[in-house]
Design a protein around this ligand. Sequence first.
Ligand code: GDP
Ligand code: MN
Length: 383
Amino acid sequence: MKLHEYQSKRLFAVHGVPIPRGDVATTAQGAGRIAEEMRGPVVVKSQVLVGGRGKAGGIRLAQTPAEAVEMAEAILSLEIKGLPVRKVLVDEAADIQTEIYLGIVVDRANRRAVMMASSEGGVEIEEVARTKPDAIKKVSIDPFLGLRGYQTLGLAKGIGLTEEHTRAFGRIAQGLYKAFQAYDASLAEINPLVVTGDGKLLAVDGKMVIDDNGLFRHPDLAEMRDVDEETPTEQQAREAGLSYVQLEGEIGCMVNGAGLAMATMDIIKHFGGAPANFLDIGGGAKAERVATALRLILEDPNVRAVLFNVFGGITRCDEVAKGILTAFEEVKPTVPLVARLVGTNEAEGRELLNQSEYRLVTATTLAEAAQKAVAAARGELSA
Ligand code: GDP
Ligand code: MN
């Protein structure tokens, strides 16, 4: 789950990271009132869950409250990378001297969190990684020892901070790490962390991604979820208890088990196709959940064929087959369907599917199923 800039910054501030004074508004007038309280120039910032808002006109400086109203009005009518702007953050404008990048992500290969810093702040870190990889300094954090003082000192030196700033930088780095840990984040980022005209460090932008699997420990964060972050399909899937990620390919996948789903996607690719989604219907999937899943898959206009790959362990193949048939009644698919059902009650499942009037091709191995699905999506498979 991604958090908005203002949410991320508030969580950082709880752990001692200095952030600008400011507040959030949903109307231009509200933005104006905040600007009045600030008694000086402000920056009006669109709160949408994408990067590069600056370039898209979603971040504007205002000298007066009247100007803030005007800018908030313009920003609130924007759509940035397809997302409507519903909120603006009005922050006291910072007098920026230099922009630094500071972030933490999980380094899976290393099984540790890694902190990264760069003197090339303000721009997207992926861009820096591509053009100036040496400008990114990294330290790996031992989960038992935590982030050590010598590590933050090394980062500060590495990015060319002068001695007067190393102490403040260290405190901010520690605060960021604490926030990252406390909220089960998979990413916590300040970009830019700025040095102001009066020599202070300030987190001007903030970004946090929370591990969805940790959300049950943070009911307060779960409430912060912005439904605009998800496509309508992803939203429905989450409500139905399905793990669903929409992709760009043309083969809809309905699979039980995350590992099997990944393997299914790989093998589709291997045979020259592209998956339209990742979907795990979970263990013991009942007919109704299967029907919801199929409905979601078929709502995607890119889908040219559907591959069912179900391993019946806890999940019974006849239950899944019933779900497929129920869904057929409702959505009346017009694309070819390939099914591989193996395991518990597979004979009953296959029997049910064979009675269906829809174009359903069966397969026994995963390779066969994937090849048939790829052919079906190309219109080269006759049932
Ligand atoms: P992003 O484009 O979505 O990453 O949004 P940011 O919050 O990082 O803002 C983009 C850029 O706008 C920053 O890198 C700064 O250069 C500039 N900016 C943001 N806030 C302020 C501010 O308070 N004062 C000034 N002068 N510039 C700002
Ligand atoms: Mn930024």
